[in-house]
Design a protein around this ligand. Structure first.
Ligand code: ADP
Length: 260
């Protein structure tokens, strides 16, 4: 009886037909997307695990302290404060991730960037005073207008200023200074920058500043710069970092100027 070989798999290096190639390409894209989500999920699990373990430990310690004595009030209070702090940290990680994944709805309108900055100036001054930091504004003249969701851009400015304030905690109070600056940036763009006189970005994370969960702070989330970058990119702009001279950090965002 003759053997039917027509259904056997082709041998050797036959060329992949275009439709099969397209299917494979699609599959590769899908797999790499899944890998990114997988990595992200592993990162989330790791990050959330730390504050949750701390919460459980402090809760257990409080329980033991309460059972043991009546005069251990200060210890219990301290443990309760830690529970609250760690729970807030876990909530903060979740909130920022949710914003990042969902993306906030945007209400954009033509605006004067200096006005956007001035609206939160008092808020920023209050924060700066509380940290013993001198905060200066240098707002450019005759600035072209931009099209922005002002609250979202203000949120980015607050994030960058908070980071600068935290960085300045490491230098003597007489040397703590932040300058919030606006200026035309050429190529039809305007720049908003936050410059501080802190220690500057740690070299070991300089190449990964905009990577989720990269933080040098014991209670940081490492999500502030990533979510700020997402916001700025959604405005067709860029968020960047350059070292400040002679010391410190400068974070800047560039936004397209509104066509006249
Ligand atoms: P977080 O503030 O939670 O750490 P961010 O994404 O806002 O998350 O910042 C990531 C890291 O970038 C910080 O932990 C810090 O090491 C570094 N960084 C950000 N802003 C500054 C700054 N102004 N000066 C020095 N380092 C900074």
């Amino acid at each position: 009886m003759p053997i039917d070989r027509t259904s056997s798999a082709p041998q050797g290096g036959a060329a992949v037909p275009p439709e099969e190639y397209a299917r494979l390409q699609g599959r590769i894209t899908q797999v790499s997307r899944l890998a990114t989500i997988g990595e992200m999920a592993a990162g989330i699990a790791h990050e959330i695990n730390q504050p949750l373990t701390a919460i459980a430990n402090y809760a257990r310690a409080s329980e033991i302290l309460l059972r043991k004595s009546e005069d251990g009030k200060a210890d219990v209070l301290e443990a309760l404060q830690e529970i609250e702090r760690e729970a807030r940290r876990a909530a903060d990680i979740i909130r920022r991730l949710r914003d990042l994944v969902r993306g906030q709805p945007s209400e954009r309108a033509p605006a004067d960037l200096n006005g956007v900055v001035t609206e939160v100036a008092e808020l920023l001054q209050g924060d700066a005073r509380a940290h013993g930091v001198r905060l200066l504004f240098e707002l450019g003249e005759a600035m072209p207008r931009v099209v922005v969701d002002r609250v979202q851009i203000q949120h980015v400015l607050l994030n960058l200023t908070r980071n600068a304030l935290e960085a300045l905690g490491e230098v003597p109070s007489a040397e703590r200074e932040i300058v919030v600056r606006t200026a035309p940036a050429g190529a039809g763009e305007v720049e908003l920058s936050v410059t501080d006189t802190g220690p500057g970005v740690a070299p070991r994370i300089a190449g990964r500043l905009f990577t989720p969960f990269v933080t040098t702070k014991p209670n940081g989330t490492g999500l502030g710069l990533v979510s700020s970058q997402t916001t700025v990119r959604a405005h067709d702009g860029t968020l960047g970092y350059r070292p400040n001279s002679p010391r410190g950090a400068c974070f800047f965002l560039r936004l397209p100027a509104r066509p006249a």
